[in-house]
Design a protein around this ligand. Structure first.
Ligand SMILES: NC(=O)c1ccc[n+]([C@@H]2O[C@H](COP(=O)([O-])OP(=O)(O)OC[C@H]3O[C@@H](n4cnc5c(N)ncnc54)[C@H](O)[C@@H]3O)[C@@H](O)[C@H]2O)c1
Length: 253
């Protein structure tokens, strides 16, 4: 532990797996107390076991307003304050193209990726104001910067998260809340979600996608968790409304 987040408290959604899990572990290593939430209770237990007792886990569905209320209330009860929110819960859907996608899939994806992020930011801001400030971190994607034929609703949700983030940052700045709000745009990351793309594209097409990362590999969750820690820490006190691209050069060329 190097203490970059000492005395800070955080809530991380989607923390049972992938980027959320690794972000929670890294934040705990840096001294934060972390409330980890997800709908996957078994995965949460696995994450908690890697956090050296620096937090607790909670079943929380980000699509439900009541569930958000309960999660934030519990974090406040256990920690006394909430200063960092990482909105990491996210999904993809099958047949995600303009010809095939049905309304149910669109609605389900938007409920998690976009509406969940909106509700989290809205409810966390009230607590962060009481704590004297805070940092909201929303996970967008390189697919929030670029379109893709095979990720219609996903791109739409992640592009919206990016601009939701900027709009919140401007509002909080103007109101003098001392709350920063930033988005992270990862490239393809080797998590269950990232690797599911291989199934839908097939090996050859997937390899072409990996090759677009100019560093020559897919990302790992820790590549993104490092950026989460930076945005959560006071080192990033002059950074708000930003889209931090962590993509191994995917969008560079
Ligand atoms: N893996 C990638 O290549 C990649 C790239 C760019 C952005 N992202 C984004 O990063 C975030 C994390 O993705 P990941 O790759 O770690 O995926 P992951 O599948 O490993 O983890 C996502 C987690 O979100 C949880 N979740 C799903 N629906 C939920 C709900 N309604 N309420 C609460 N939790 C819910 C899942 O149970 C899971 O634990 C997502 O927002 C994703 O869109 C991922």
């Amino acid at each position: 532990m190097t203490g970059r987040l000492r005395h800070k408290t955080a809530l991380v959604t989607g923390a049972a797996s992938g980027i959320g899990r690794q972000s929670a572990i890294r934040m705990a290593e840096e001294g934060a107390l972390v409330c980890i939430t997800d709908i996957d209770d078994e995965g949460l237990a696995g994450t908690l076991a890697l956090m050296a007792g620096r937090g607790f886990s909670l079943h929380h569905d980000v699509t439900q307003e009541e569930s958000w209320r309960a999660a934030i209330a519990m974090a406040l009860e256990r920690f006394g304050k909430l200063q960092i929110l990482v909105n990491c819960a996210g999904i993809g859907v099958r047949n995600d193209n303009i010809a095939a996608l049905e309304e149910e899939g669109w609605d389900r994806l938007m409920a998690v990726n976009l509406h969940g992020t909106f509700m989290g930011c809205q409810q966390a801001i009230a607590c962060m104001r009481q704590a004297g400030g805070g940092s909201l971190i929303n996970i967008s994607s390189v697919l929030g910067l670029r379109g893709s034929a095979d990720a219609l609703s996903y791109c739409a949700s992640k592009g919206a998260v990016r601009l939701l983030t900027k709009s919140i940052a401007v509002h909080c700045g103007r109101q003098g809340y001392n709350i920063r709000c930033n988005a992270i745009c990862p490239g393809y990351i080797a998590t269950p979600l990232g690797l599911s793309v291989r199934e839908s594209l097939g090996d050859e097409e997937f390899q072409r996608l990996v090759d677009k990362h100019v560093v020559g590999r897919m990302g790992v969750a820790d590549d993104v968790a490092g950026m989460v820690v930076y945005l959560a820490s006071d080192e990033s006190s002059f950074v708000t409304g930003a889209e931090m691209v962590v993509d191994g050069g995917y969008t560079a060329g």
